[in-house]
Design a protein around this ligand. Structure first.
Ligand code: HAH
Length: 365
C-alpha cells in the first residue's frame, strides 16, 4: 500500500500536532506553582527542619520560591532561656533559602503564644516591670532581625494583637497588660532600627471578617498616624470551605490597600471543617473522611480566592501556604487534636490535588 500525497500531508500534520501537545503537556508538568504565578507574586510555604531532609524537598523546590519557618523563629524556639539563643533550625532554613534563591518571610517577633515564661517574670518570680520587659523585647527583636539582615525581606513584627471579641479592641495579652498599647509601636520601631530595609508587617487571622477588620483598621490607622514604620498587613488566611466569600475578601483587600499598605497572604490553608477558636477534644462520632463534597467545595474556594489574588496582584505581594501537603498540617492538631484535616494543595502522597490544577489553569488576567 502506498500513501497518497494527501494522506502523507495529513499524517505529517497529525504527527506535528501530537508533538506540539506533548511539548505543552510536558512543559506544564515541569512548571511548578511558582512558575504559573511568576507574573503575579512569589508563592511561599511554611516549613520545619524535617522538610529540608525528607521527600518533600523536591516538591518545595519545584513549587515555591518563598519560605517561612513554621516554628523555628518564634520566641520560644529562638530564645528559650534569657540570653541563650538557639539558632540551629532557623539558620538552616535561611541558609537553604539563600542557597536556592528563595525569599524569606520572618515569623514572628512579638506574639502572645509560643513565648517563653521567663519573658514576663522578674528576678524573684514576680510580674516583670515595664522597663525590663521593654528592654527584653528590644534585645530579642534586634538580635534576631540583625542576624538575618539582608536575608529576610519581610517580618511579621506583631502577631495577633487584636482580640477576637470586637468590644475589647486589643487582646489582653501579657504584652498589653505590662506595656499597654504602646508595645506594638515599639516592636515596629525596634525592628526598623535593626534593619531599615526590611518590610514590616502586622499579621493576624480572620481579619476579613467585618467585626475584626474594623479593629485591625483602627490599629493600622493609629500606627500610620504616629509614623510608626509599618509597611504591610499580613492576612493569615486560615480559611475553610465555608468562608470567606468573594465579597468579604475583596472588601478586606480594598480596605487594607486603601491605607497604602502592602498585603501578604501569610498563612494560607483551607480547612474542611468550620472555624473554631477554642481547642477541644475530638467527638467520638466525628468523621475524618475527605468527602467528595468537601473536595468540591475546597476546589471552588481555592479557585475563587486565587482569582481574587490575581485580580489584586498590584497590592498582594506574597502568597504563603501554611505547611506543604496534607501529610502534615498544624490543623491536624488544632482546634481538635488528632482530627485529620486536608487543607493544602498536595495530598498525603505529595501529589497535586484537583484544586492545584484548578488554580494553575487560569487564563491570563
Ligand atoms: C497562627 N495562629 C500562627 O500565626 C502561627 O504561628 C501558627 O503556627 C499557626 C497559626 C492561628 C491561631 C492559633 O494558633 C490559635 C487560635 C487562633 C488562631
Amino acid at each position: 500500500m502506498f500513501l497518497t500525497k494527501y494522506k502523507l500531508k495529513f499524517l505529517i500534520a497529525l504527527a506535528a500536532s501530537l508533538l506540539f501537545f506533548c511539548c505543552v503537556a510536558q512543559q506544564s508538568k515541569k512548571r511548578g506553582l511558582k512558575d504559573f504565578y511568576r507574573n503575579y507574586f512569589p508563592v511561599g510555604v511554611a516549613i520545619n527542619k524535617r522538610s529540608l531532609v525528607g521527600d518533600e524537598l523536591n516538591l518545595i523546590k519545584h513549587n515555591f520560591n518563598s519560605l517561612t519557618a513554621e516554628n523555628a523563629m518564634k520566641m520560644t524556639s529562638l530564645q528559650p532561656k534569657e540570653g541563650v539563643f538557639n539558632w540551629s533550625t532557623a539558620d538552616s532554613i535561611v541558609g537553604f533559602a539563600v542557597k536556592n534563591k528563595f525569599k524569606v518571610r520572618g515569623h514572628t517577633l512579638c506574639w502572645h503564644n509560643q513565648t517563653p515564661e521567663w519573658m514576663f517574670l522578674g528576678a524573684n518570680g514576680e510580674q516583670v516591670s515595664k522597663e525590663l520587659l521593654l528592654q527584653r523585647l528590644k534585645i530579642h527583636i534586634q538580635t534576631v532581625v540583625k542576624r538575618y539582615r539582608g536575608k529576610i525581606y519581610a517580618w511579621d513584627v506583631v502577631n495577633e494583637a487584636i482580640d477576637d471579641n470586637p468590644n475589647n479592641y486589643l487582646r489582653r495579652s501579657k504584652w498589653y497588660e505590662v506595656l499597654g498599647e504602646d508595645y506594638i509601636a515599639k516592636a515596629f520601631e525596634f525592628a526598623h532600627e535593626a534593619d531599615p530595609n526590611a518590610q514590616l508587617f502586622y499579621n493576624d487571622y480572620n481579619i476579613e471578617r467585618p467585626d475584626k477588620m474594623a479593629n485591625v483598621l483602627r490599629l493600622l490607622k493609629s500606627l500610620k498616624q504616629k509614623d510608626v514604620p509599618i509597611h504591610g498587613v499580613g492576612m493569615q488566611s486560615h480559611w475553610s470551605i465555608f468562608e470567606p466569600d468573594q465579597l468579604a475578601l475583596e472588601t478586606a483587600i480594598q480596605q487594607y490597600a486603601a491605607l497604602d499598605l502592602k498585603i501578604h497572604i501569610t498563612e494560607l490553608d483551607i480547612s474542611v471543617y468550620p472555624w473554631e477558636a477554642q481547642e477541644r477534644k475530638k467527638r467520638p462520632d466525628e468523621s475524618e473522611a475527605f468527602t467528595a463534597e468537601m473536595e468540591q467545595k475546597q476546589i471552588d474556594k481555592y479557585e475563587m480566592i486565587f482569582k481574587v489574588f490575581r485580580k489584586y496582584k498590584d497590592v498582594i505581594e506574597n502568597v504563603t501556604f501554611w505547611n506543604v501537603s496534607d501529610r502534615y498540617s498544624w490543623l491536624d492538631f488544632f482546634p481538635v487534636s488528632g482530627r485529620k484535616n486536608y487543607p493544602l494543595l498536595f495530598n498525603k502522597n505529595l501529589q497535586p490535588k484537583k484544586a492545584y490544577w484548578k488554580i494553575v489553569n487560569f487564563k491570563h488576567n
